[in-house]
Design a protein around this ligand. Structure first.
Ligand code: ATP
Ligand code: MG
Length: 322
């Protein structure tokens, strides 16, 4: 088994970047041993609202199902809260303070913040627990998460040599090139769930009129030239990349025949609305119905628990507490 694990954090609503850059690929090219999870425990490292977290967790699970990710491969992290936390503790007691403190993401996110949660420091260890609990072989991550996978490897190696062989050594892999969707209002930034400014974010649940309005307001430039030159025209390039991704072509080919920015914006808005419509409708159905989503969630939790129980028990036993 070559388990590949990917997660989505319910830190906000699903947007076009999550869909075109990640979840659509998970649905199109699922490996037989892939696991996809809603990492809701990771959404607690900064102050959060419980009810919002609860509903965003359902929202992200519905997003995965509606996008066509195989439901047999998904689970919600907190449905295995005892398992994830038990292993996280074993690994916290394997990790040094220096190792945790050196994480670049922690340094960046904690800087200038006088009330940083301890969870922000230890969350890479929780991530290591997510990876190791399920026997993950590969973790597709961007550059910002590579250091965390490296930490997971360090902890797995240390635990295995100190207490006994139990964990699979995970490896970070660069995901096959997917669309990198940028913020429509600020193409220098990637589209992000946790962004404070919502104007440039197209949500999967936005209705077609809202999608159209957001694209009409997208930042372009004064050149009035529809060409794919990302360095010179980042806003236009972003629109062409989105259009290309929705229509399964290249940005250069997508530019052909479009002469002005108005036409370009209309073409992208239409392509996005068409691509998102089935996902949006299915998501709304799932969220309204409730029972089907609950069934998928419960079955996913059951499978994930069965899959990980022996490994967790063995690790507890090796550490002298099981
Ligand atoms: P946050 O702001 O909380 O980090 P996010 O929007 O970056 O949220 P994540 O939960 O971090 O979303 O990532 C989920 C998946 O979506 C990951 O595989 C990530 O690479 C992908 N992803 C996130 N944003 C984009 C984007 N703008 N373009 C392409 N892929 C993206
Ligand atoms: Mg992110």
């Amino acid at each position: 088994m070559m388990i590949r694990l990917s997660g989505i954090t319910p830190s906000g609503e699903a947007h076009l970047g999550n869909y075109l850059g990640a979840v659509r690929r998970w649905a199109r090219e699922p490996g037989p041993d892939d696991l996809y999870f809603v990492s809701n425990l990771h959404a607690m490292t900064t102050p959060h609202e419980p009810e919002r977290l609860r509903s965003l967790t359902q929202h992200q699970l519905a997003f995965l199902v509606a996008s066509g990710v195989p439901w047999e491969s998904m689970f919600v992290q907190s449905d295995l809260v005892r398992e994830h936390m038990a292993l996280s503790w074993l690994l916290e007691c394997t990790c040094t303070f220096g190792e945790a403190r050196r994480m670049v993401q922690f340094k960046e996110k904690s800087e200038g913040n006088s009330s940083v949660r301890l969870g922000l420091l230890t969350y890479p260890v929780l991530m290591a627990a997510d990876i190791l609990l399920h026997g993950t072989a590969t973790v597709p991550v961007g550059n910002d998460q590579k250091q965390h996978v490296e930490l997971a490897r360090t902890l797995a190696r240390r635990f295995n040599t100190t207490y006994g062989e139990v964990f699979v050594m995970p490896e970070a892999v660069v995901p096959t090139a997917g669309a990198r969707v940028r913020d429509l209002a600020n193409p220098a930034k990637k589209m992000s769930k946790s962004s404070s400014d919502q104007d440039g974010i197209v949500y999967v649940l936005d209705d077609p009129a809202v999608v159209r309005r957001k694209f009409q307001r997208a930042v372009t430039d004064g050149l009035n030239s529809v060409r794919y030159v990302p360095q010179e025209q980042p806003g236009v390039a972003n629109l062409l990349e989105i259009l290309a991704s929705c229509t399964d072509t290249t940005p250069e080919a997508a530019a052909e025949g479009i002469t002005g920015y108005r036409d370009l914006k209309e073409a992208v808005a239409e392509a996005v609305a068409a691509e998102a419509a089935p996902v949006r409708e299915r998501m709304l159905d799932l969220l309204e119905g409730g029972a089907e989503l609950q069934k998928i969630r419960a079955a996913g939790a059951e499978r994930a628990r069965e899959r990980s129980a022996a490994r967790l028990n063995r690790a507890l036993e090796l550490a002298g507490v099981g």
